[in-house]
Ligand binder design. Structure first.
Ligand SMILES: [Zn+2]
Length: 61
């Protein structure tokens, strides 16, 4: 099951804990996904407050 971390918005597959922020609060309800390749050059990354490449949910409910 694909889900999004509510804390940092990282998209994860089967995981009990977020590999990025170590959070355990996930949601399966998210609308859009942003692919961040270079967080230092990405406006979306800045907006979401992420600093590592990966797939992120734009809005997590
Ligand atoms: Zn996280």
């Amino acid at each position: 099951m694909t889900k999004a971390c509510k804390t940092c918005h990282l998209i994860v597959e089967e995981a009990a804990e977020c590999p990025l922020c170590k959070g355990t609060d996930f949601s399966e309800k998210f609308n859009s996904i942003a692919l961040i390749f270079d967080a230092t050059k990405s406006e979306i990354a800045a907006k979401l407050g992420v600093s590592a490449p990966g797939r992120y949910a734009i809005k997590v409910r």
